[in-house]
Design a protein around this ligand. Structure first.
Ligand code: PGA
Length: 235
C-alpha cells in the first residue's frame, strides 16, 4: 500500500504563503497519498487549488444553529472537505476536549460523510508508569462508543513526542500499533488505517515508514518546511 502523509499545519502560514505551498505540493500529483490540514481560513483555497484531499483540523458537532464562532462538519463537507483531525492532544489539553466531546464530533463526521483521523496517545508520565495501553484503549473505547465508522484513520501520537524531536523506539511503535489493531479488529465492518505522529521529520521518515504496520504518518512542524517536506515526500 502507498503510505499516507497527513500534513497538519496547526495555526501556521500567512495568506501570502499559501499559493506557493500549494504549487510546490501539486508537483507530487497523484503519485503520493497526501492529505493537507491547513487552518480553516485557507480551506476553500486549498480545496480549489490543491490536487490533494483537504482535511479540517477541527469542527463543531452540531450541524447548524446559534453557535457563534463555530464551523460545523456539515458546513465543512459542503466546502469539499473529506477528512477531519479529531481528538488531537493539543485540543484535548488546551481546549479541554473530553472523550465525550470527541465522541460527538466523530458521530457528526460520520453522519456528514467526513473520514475522522482520530488521534490517541499517552503522556510521558503514563508511559513511564506503563499505563500507555490502558490510556489508548480508554480513548479508543470512549471516542468510538456508539459509532459505526465504515472508514476511520487512527493516528498514534505519543504526547511526549509531539514537537519535541523525540520519537519512540520502532519496537514501541509496533507494539502500540499491534495493540490498536487488536482493538479495532473487534469492531465489525470497519475499514481503518493506523498512522504514527510525533516529531516525524526528514531524518527519521524512512525508518518510521519501515516500521511494521505503519500505514503512514501525521506530520506537524516538518510539514511547514518545504525543504524538509520534499525529502519526506520522496520516501
Ligand atoms: P510534530 O506534530 O510533527 O510537530 O511533532 C505532530 C502533530 O501534532 O500531529
Amino acid at each position: 500500500m502507498n503510505k499516507l502523509f497527513v500534513l497538519n499545519h496547526k495555526m501556521n502560514l500567512l495568506s501570502d504563503e499559501i499559493d506557493n505551498y500549494i504549487n510546490i505540493l501539486n508537483i507530487y500529483g497523484k503519485n503520493k497519498k497526501i492529505i493537507i490540514a491547513p487552518s480553516n481560513i485557507y480551506l476553500k483555497t486549498f480545496v480549489e487549488k490543491s490536487c490533494f484531499d483537504i482535511c479540517t483540523q477541527n469542527g463543531y458537532y452540531k450541524d447548524s444553529g446559534a453557535y457563534t464562532g463555530e464551523v460545523s462538519f456539515k458546513q465543512l463537507k459542503s466546502l469539499g472537505i473529506n477528512y477531519a483531525i479529531i481528538g488531537h492532544s493539543e485540543r484535548r489539553k488546551n481546549f479541554k476536549e473530553t472523550d465525550e466531546i470527541i465522541n460527538m464530533k466523530i458521530k457528526s463526521c460520520i453522519s456528514n460523510r467526513i473520514i475522522p483521523i482520530l488521534c490517541v496517545g499517552e503522556t510521558y508520565e503514563e508511559r513511564n508508569n506503563r499505563e500507555m495501553y490502558l490510556k489508548v484503549a480508554e480513548q479508543l473505547t470512549k471516542d468510538l462508543e456508539g459509532n459505526s465508522p465504515q472508514k476511520i484513520i487512527i493516528a498514534y501520537e505519543p504526547i511526549w513526542s509531539i514537537g519535541t524531536g523525540i520519537t519512540p523506539k520502532p519496537e514501541e511503535i509496533t507494539a502500540m500499533i499491534n495493540y490498536i489493531n487488536e482493538i479495532l479488529k473487534s469492531i465489525p465492518q470497519i475499514d481503518y488505517n493506523i498512522l504514527y505522529g510525533g516529531s516525524v521529520d526528514d531524518n527519521n521518515i524512512s525508518d518510521i515508514l519501515n516500521i511494521d504496520h505503519v500505514d503512514g504518518v501525521l506530520i506537524g512542524g516538518a510539514s511547514l518546511n518545504i525543504d524538509k517536506l520534499k525529502i519526506i515526500l520522496n520516501n
